[in-house]
Structure formats: C-alpha cells, structure tokens
Unconditional design. Structure first.
Length: 296
C-alpha cells in the first residue's frame, strides 16, 4: 500500500513533465509563447526528464506499485496517442501541431517503459534520444519560417517547395523521421517500442500502432499545406531560403537522425553498458515478485 501511494505521487509529477493527458495542456501553450530556442530545448531535453525520472524512481523504488498500475498507464498512454493525433490535425498553429505530436510520441514511450523489461527500457531511452533530434529540427524549421514571415499560422503558407527548395527538402526529411520512416531513428525506436509492448500485451501494441497513424497523418498533412499548393504571394512576397547557419544546424540534426536509423547500436549498446550495473537491482526486484525471469 505504501508503494502504491508513493508510486502515484512520483507518477503524477513525471506525467506532467512528459506530459500525458489530461495534464498536458501546458505544453502547447508553452511552445507557442516560447522563442525558437526555448521550444528546441523544451522538446529536445526537458520533456525527457519525465521519462528518465520514471525509469530511475518509479521502476527502481516501487516495483509492486509499477506492477499494480501498469494497466492504468496503458490506458492513459493509448488515450494520449489517440487524442493528440486527432487534435493535431485540427490545429492551425505550426508549433501546436508539433507540440501535440511530441505528446503522442512520449505517451508511447511511457507505455513501453512501464513494462520494466530490458528491451522496453532500452527502446524507450533510444526513442527519447531520437525524438530529441527530430522534434528539435522541426521546431527549428518553424523558427526559420517565423523569422522570415512573422507568423506560424498555416493559412498564410503554401507553395514553398518552388520558392524555398532547401527548406522544403530539410523539412521533408524531418517529417519523414517524425512519421517513423525506415532508415530514420524514429523507425528504429517505434519498432522497438511496439516489439517490447507486444511481449506483454498484443492488444495494447495493436492500438498503439493504429493510434500512431494519426500522428503520421497530421505530419504529412502539415507538410502538404506548407510546401505544396498555390503560393500565397499576397501575404508573403519575399522568400529567402535557409542560410549557411541554418543549414549547418539542421544538417547536424538530420545527420544524427539517419546515422542512428542505420546504426542504432551506437545508442542501444551504450545504454546497455552504462545501465546494466544500476539496473540489475530493480530487475531482481521484479524477479522476486514474479513479474519476469532473470534468465530472460
């Protein structure tokens, strides 16, 4: 009973940080009000503290509480993915679309981590790192457009593929990564997450995969509205493609997105080696209460 109480107390704090519904509404508003670099740091680094804290505290200190509340996390995670995917397709603010997409990705990560197996934990850490690169690149792309046109509303954009080909190419690659396209790091992360979830609950895995479709649909639709269609010159008459500074920053992010998609062992092996000594203690706790077998 004590573990249940403490587990809930820690979980509520980490769920706000991730965030999960229904305590997620601060994130889109924070991204809208923040400058570009603030959104990049928030999406790439600060959100991951929720997942890190859940691994280091909830799993390690409260194994009985984790086993008891696993179905609750499944339900909250699935609802978060479905809700954020649907609501992101109704947004007109560029930043809010990416923010709700981030909520959906972090929800799937939480559903995987709560399984408390080596495979799910490493997959969750890998996906958090991958999502950091992808979301940072997408928010930086929003900042590129905002610096030129001083607006984030999609109504004013269209036809950038003809007028800003460099930006459209970079944005396309990051959009593919956000959808989990093969050869990108998000594909490795999401595939590993779904494989780990399938070991404990096939129904949860199927629903999570179907729900992820909405996130991919909103990303693809956003790219279509921004880069294709008719150029709206009556709103934006001067188009400047990305400069050298912006090219360098985006190239570094895209480089790691594809490197980790082709060589995921750079992260997964490192996570395995650095976490094995600290992780073995609460792995034994889970074995003691009969959740897993240490041989497996």
């Amino acid at each position: 009973e004590e573990q249940k109480i403490f587990w809930l107390a820690f979980f509520i704090g980490f769920a706000v940080k991730l965030p999960l519904i229904p305590i997620h509404i601060w994130l889109p508003e924070a991204h809208v009000e923040a400058p570009t670099i603030g959104s990049v740091i928030l999406a790439a680094l600060l959100l991951k503290l929720g997942g890190y804290g859940f691994i280091r505290y909830n799993l390690a200190l409260f194994p009985l509480g984790t086993a008891y509340f696993t179905p609750l996390v499944y339900i909250i995670g699935i609802l978060s993915v479905i809700y954020t995917g649907l609501i992101s397709m109704r947004q007109t603010d560029f930043k809010k679309i990416i923010a709700y997409s981030s909520v959906g990705h972090m929800a799937v990560i939480m559903v995987s981590i709560v399984n408390a197996t080596y495979e799910c934990t490493i997959a969750g850490v890998f996906q958090m790192i991958s999502h950091g690169f992808v979301s940072a690149g997408l928010f930086f792309c929003v900042g590129v457009l905002y610096d030129r046109f001083a607006t984030r509303y999609l109504f004013y954009y269209g036809g950038l593929a003809d007028l800003m080909p460099g930006f459209s190419t970079v944005f396309f690659l990051l959009s593919l990564a956000n959808m989990g396209f093969p050869l990108t790091s998000n594909f490795i992360g999401e595939f590993s997450l779904c494989s780990g979830i399938a070991n404990s609950s096939h129904v949860t895995m199927v629903i999570s995969c179907i729900a992820s479709f909405f996130t991919s649909a909103s990303t693809l639709w956003t790219y279509n509205r921004v880069c294709f269609g008719t150029s709206k010159l009556r709103f934006t008459s001067i188009y400047l493609d990305i400069n050298f500074r912006e090219q360098f920053i985006l190239f570094v992010l895209i480089f790691w997105v594809f490197i980790l998609g082709i060589f995921p062992g750079l992260i997964s092996n490192w996570v395995y080696l650095t976490s094995i000594f600290s992780y073995v203690n609460h792995i034994e706790n889970f074995e003691h209460i009969g959740l897993i077998s240490l041989e497996n």
